[in-house]
Design a protein around this ligand. Structure first.
Ligand SMILES: [Zn+2]
Length: 53
């Protein structure tokens, strides 16, 4: 098994684990319809935190 194959497999495993961990939070959040404020990352996704406009 080459290093490249190992790296790709490791990345896939990390992505899969991240999805598994994030899914319960996304489902729990989707059930609440009230406004979470501008600080909520789910309602207002942003790549750069603490960037006010
Ligand atoms: Zn929210």
């Amino acid at each position: 098994m080459s290093t490249l194959t190992y790296a790709i497999g490791l990345i896939l495993v990390v992505i899969t684990l991240a999805l598994i961990v994030a899914t319960p939070f996304a489902l729990a959040h989707s059930r609440t319809l009230h406004d979470h404020g501008p600080a909520c990352w789910w309602c207002h996704p942003r790549l750069l935190p603490r960037k006010r406009r």
